[in-house]
Design a protein around this ligand. Sequence first.
Ligand code: NIG
Ligand code: FE
Length: 398
Amino acid sequence: MSTTLIKNARIASSNDNHEFVQLDATDILVVNGKIQAIGNDLVCETAVRVDAHEQWCLPGFIDCHTHLVYGGNRAQEFSLRLKGVSYETISKQGGGIKSTVRATRALNEATLLSQTLRRAKRLAEEGVTTVEIKSGYGLDKDTELRMLDVALKVGELTNLNIQRTFLGAHALPPDSEVSAEEYIDFVCQTMIPYVAEHQLADAVDVFCEKVGFNLAQTERVFMAAKQSNLKVKGHVEQLSDSKGAALAAKYNALSVDHIEYLAEEDIPLLADSGTVAVLLPGAFYYLKETQLPPIDALRKYNVPIAISTDMNPGTSPIASLLTCANMACVLFGLTTAEALTGITAHAALALGLKNKGQIKTGYDADMCLWDIESPESLVYEINGYRPTAKWIGGKRVL
Ligand code: NIG
Ligand code: FE
């Protein structure tokens, strides 16, 4: 692979203190996909030389929670919700996740892939270099595996780094008599061991909620994941304080996601387990939620905060990570620096990726150049900018 030397950049990244700062250097040397050196006046005769002309160089953005693979759309449900029908009511009436499951099951792999690629490209256009993609709209073996395969192919066809998460415990399968306990048996005894054995996912997720699975069922899924050596994460405390975050911490979860109803007393547990708090302001916005996540308490206990799109057809049809970073500032009160760390270094932690999310020696060379006044412009202006150059694993892709 070629060697690249980027000259004359204004480089900004989170540092090891989790602060998003401008680095005291202008040049980056990339060798074999990794950042080999960061400094001033770097020289390398054999490298492809790129003059950044003082543009900003930032780490590639990481969207650490998406449901990018799905069929159909939920525009009708959106209209119903605008008339005041709640997400829970729609879900109880067989709509919501279940309607997307039916639509997803009906699509063959090629169609599912082409629809997913359209959304992946939207994310990528805005400087995203890594995307986590969940299953969870199949809820039967064939469709769950098809979703995970589509996610893999998105990576092959776009250059994006893809992390896959098995979310079999997203909802009870529609049009089936199976009880929640029986379905969790299937997830734990059949699906998780299969997914682990064939290396089809990097982590396991559960929707722990009144309209999802209860705490005991969630724990069974976490135990099965642990037995299969898979990391866990959870959709928790989105609509109520169900104590999913505390349970996730007990299983050293990579992340707890949504967390509007997270109780302050559970936050030290997250700090102790090194679990990342993932904010999903798109879902908060679409559901017109009013309960704010406990940002000050997360700060107090130094829990890393990440931000993601939660891109999905029901609660967050929004393929723009920078818009979600803006929402995290406007709706949740994050600073622009926290938001930038939230879509880079902390998002990498939420996926257990140790070599991504920062511009740092030894890290993967995933980065973009931006023609902007300052990095905060990216969070300040909605749909304002596109990167002018992009590298993923050291390969120039824009
Ligand atoms: O992250 N909360 C559960 N899962 C998704 C919603 C999925 C859907 O409504 O289709 C979420 O918000
Ligand atoms: Fe989600």
